[in-house]
Write a protein that binds this ligand. Structure first.
Ligand SMILES: [Zn+2]
Length: 325
């Protein structure tokens, strides 16, 4: 990178969407390398089952049920106090994507679902911001740098056989092995460092896929699709889409309910739930309570994560019963 590259890196900014497995490892690598400004966005909180592959978190974070964006920001500040780190507890939706991502030199994928990836892709292509796709399931992972107008985009890519088909299996059914997370995050950040240090000519421009179980590694050249919905026809379906009120989370039996433009008074809710005889645990960012066999976690921005069901109807009904319609 050289001295000049290091200086450029220090003046650069990046945003990571999703700070679980790949996102947290990528964040740590970027912070240690000396990126100037880093924003971490995550909608979820730390649980014991995350610790097997999410390298930035520990048992204390899980016990306190800290939001991943908050826990990550705290850890990363201890690693490098000289850069600007900003953890945001939020779900990226069509309604807030611009506000959260605009102005960053690079967007990195740390998400666990294709709904959000397509949204990132539409936003990046429309705004001309580069972003890096990265995903892992089981022992397999894939990553590719998307530079709008110069390379294929995610919509081009997923029309291409071999590029993402194996990712149709979800973390819910097969889980994710720790080593593939670290490998994919490393490959993602290597490209990020080239972009952020002003060395884009060094990008390898290949789609890399790896399977740490079989040992199969592939480097594939990808071309733009002649009739791509996003980067050719500029049909930004996901950007225009209404935010999805219900999203099934990855990796466990739960559903997220996203109430737009609603803030919850967690203090008041905790009091009224406790008055109704419901056991409540609360930290500065969220409130958790059990309604056996379910567990509900509420965030100040109106979101709720219901554990114990993937049925949106059950989630919606519990949300209106305890929080209000
Ligand atoms: Zn495209």
């Amino acid at each position: 990178m050289g001295e000049e590259g290091q200086r450029k890196l220090l003046q650069s900014s990046a945003v990571i969407v999703g700070c679980g497995a790949i996102g947290a490892t990528a964040a740590q690598l970027l912070v240690r390398a000396g990126v100037g400004r880093l924003r971490l966005i995550d909608r979820d909180f730390v649980e014991p089952s995350n610790l097997q592959r999410q390298a930035l978190f520990d048992e204390n974070d899980a016990r306190e049920a800290l939001p991943k964006a908050v826990a990550a920001e705290r850890k990363l500040r201890l690693v490098n106090s000289e850069i600007e780190i900003d953890g945001v507890v939020s779900d990226v939706t069509p309604g807030n994507v611009e506000e959260l991502l605009v102005g960053f030199d690079l967007i990195l994928d740390g998400t666990d679902n294709f709904e959000t990836r397509y949204l990132l892709n539409d936003f990046a292509v429309e705004s001309g911001q580069p972003w890096i796709y990265a995903a892992a399931v089981g022992s397999y992972g894939v990553t590719f740098v998307i530079r709008p107008g110069m390379t294929a985009c995610l919509a081009c890519l997923l029309g291409t056989p071999d590029a993402g088909t194996m990712l149709a299996e979800t973390c819910d059914t097969v889980g994710v092995l720790g080593p593939i997370v670290n490998l994919i995050a490393s490959l993602e950040v290597a490209e990020a460092l080239k972009i952020l240090s002003g060395r884009s000519e060094a990008l390898h421009r290949r789609l890399l896929s790896c399977d740490v179980w079989s040992g199969r590694m592939q480097s594939i050249g990808v071309t733009r699709a002649a009739n791509c919905r996003a980067c050719v026809r500029t049909d930004f379906t996901y950007l225009q889409g209404e935010s999805q009120p219900h999203i099934t989370m990855c990796g466990r039996d739960s559903v997220q309910i996203h109430e737009r433009r609603r803030t919850l008074d967690l203090e008041a809710l905790a009091r009224s739930l406790a008055a109704a005889g419901i056991a409540v645990t609360k930290n500065d960012f969220l409130l958790k309570f059990g309604v056996p066999p379910y567990e509900m976690t509420l965030f100040g921005d109106g979101r709720a994560i219901l554990k114990g069901s993937t049925d949106p109807t059950v989630a919606r009904s519990l949300y209106s019963r305890y929080i209000g319609a």
